[in-house]
Design a binder for this molecule. Structure first.
Ligand SMILES: Cc1cc2nc3c(=O)[nH]c(=O)nc-3n(C[C@H](O)[C@H](O)[C@H](O)COP(=O)(O)OP(=O)(O)OC[C@H]3O[C@@H](n4cnc5c(N)ncnc54)[C@H](O)[C@@H]3O)c2cc1C
Ligand SMILES: NC(=[NH2+])NCCC[C@@H](N)C(=O)O
Length: 308
């Protein structure tokens, strides 16, 4: 918003900041997951995110790269969003035999996507934001009406609170899908490997192993038994992981919702952008650009500097 609406002073108000947000836990795989949104809307958002990743990569920043690998399925699915990926190839019977590790690996797709590690990326965006006059305030907001009581009047307020929207504005349609992951070091793993339940995803110096997806589970405590199962099951898919060095375990709550809520409240200065499920990194820049257009509509050509 700061980049696209020059006559604006933007303030970010948050209870938690990177590296302590849900976004920081994300593996950074660019792929829509647990996101039942309209596929054309999702594809449009992903395309914008990929352009932003390219800009970030072109500057030589860490934590972003292409990654290729295998998606093995028990039931054949060739979703439309694969059209934004590169090198998409349906595995032949013989190729499947070479990579399948379980009887349920009945169909496979090879493709190239990207990863965008959230923490270094958020730092890149935050540094630019602050350098260009953005403000940051640390506060837990109880009700959205309290924003202006605590911080003065704004011309537009964006609600990007993820799972927090459930309590902030009482949207019971947004619910947690608990996810637990491991970060391991295993330089010999050069491809991602995703199947119906588990995954191994590339990052700059680690492999992210997942994963769980427990709906309506709020517990952010790491369960060591789950970590062990994630490790063992991924070793079945990629035997060379047996030599991996486990670095850390993480848990967080995917802000799940039937659809992403990205809309301006009628006759209000509030714009909502939450409920991205397991796809917030994947969709983020496309959603941000759509927010810019909604902000412009709320401002409706207002002269002078706008407070957002
Ligand atoms: C284990 C796991 C793996 C994942 N892997 C991927 C992946 O590979 N690719 C992908 O695209 N997505 C992935 N995701 C999903 C992704 O992490 C989320 O969709 C994304 O983080 C949502 O971003 P957000 O900015 O909406 O929410 P958050 O990152 O949670 O940010 C919300 C912000 O709002 C603030 N906030 C909330 N409530 C309040 C309040 N009342 N007052 C003040 N501030 C408040 C918070 O402090 C925080 O700063 C994964 C998620 C999990 C759990
Ligand atoms: N399982 C699958 N199809 N893809 C991997 C999901 C990784 C990440 N979005 C997450 O855990 O939310």
């Amino acid at each position: 918003i700061q980049e696209r609406i020059p006559d604006s002073v933007v303030t970010i108000i948050a209870e938690k900041f990177s590296p302590n947000t849900t976004s920081d836990v994300a593996a950074g795989l660019i792929e829509p997951y647990l996101c039942d949104d309209d596929v054309d809307r999702v594809i449009s958002w992903i395309k914008s995110t990929i352009q932003r990743i390219q800009e970030y990569m072109d500057e030589g920043n860490p934590g972003a790269e292409e990654q290729s690998g295998y998606w093995l399925q028990s039931v054949k699915s060739v979703p439309k969003w694969l059209e934004v990926m590169k090198n998409v190839k349906i595995l032949t019977g013989n190729e499947l035999k070479m990579v399948a590790k379980r009887p349920e690996h009945k169909f496979g797709i090879f493709y190239t996507t990207w990863y965008l590690e959230p923490t270094p990326y958020i730092k890149w965006e935050s540094d630019k934001f602050l350098k260009n006059g953005g403000k940051i305030k640390n506060s837990k907001i109880q009700k959205i009406e309290d924003v202006e009581k605590e911080f003065g009047l704004f011309d537009v307020i964006l609600n990007c609170t993820g799972i927090g929207a459930r309590h902030l504005i009482g949207d019971n349609e947004v619910f947690p899908t608990r996810g637990q992951i491991l970060k391991v070091k295993c330089p010999s793993v050069k491809h991602f490997f995703i199947d119906d339940q588990f995954y191994a995803l590339l990052n700059d110096t680690t492999i992210t192993l997942g994963g769980t997806a427990d709906r309506h589970q709020w517990d952010r405590t790491i369960n060591p038994k789950i970590s062990e199962k994630i490790f063992q099951e991924n070793c079945k898919n990629i035997p060379s992981l047996r030599s991996a060095q486990v670095i850390s375990s993480h848990v967080d709550l995917r802000p799940s919702r039937v659809t992403v809520r990205l809309e301006a409240e009628p006759d209000s200065k509030v714009i909502h952008n939450y409920g991205h499920g397991g796809s917030g990194i994947t969709l983020h820049w496309g959603c941000a650009l759509e927010c810019v257009e909604l902000v412009k509509k709320v401002l409706a050509g207002k002269p002078g500097i706008s407070k957002i």
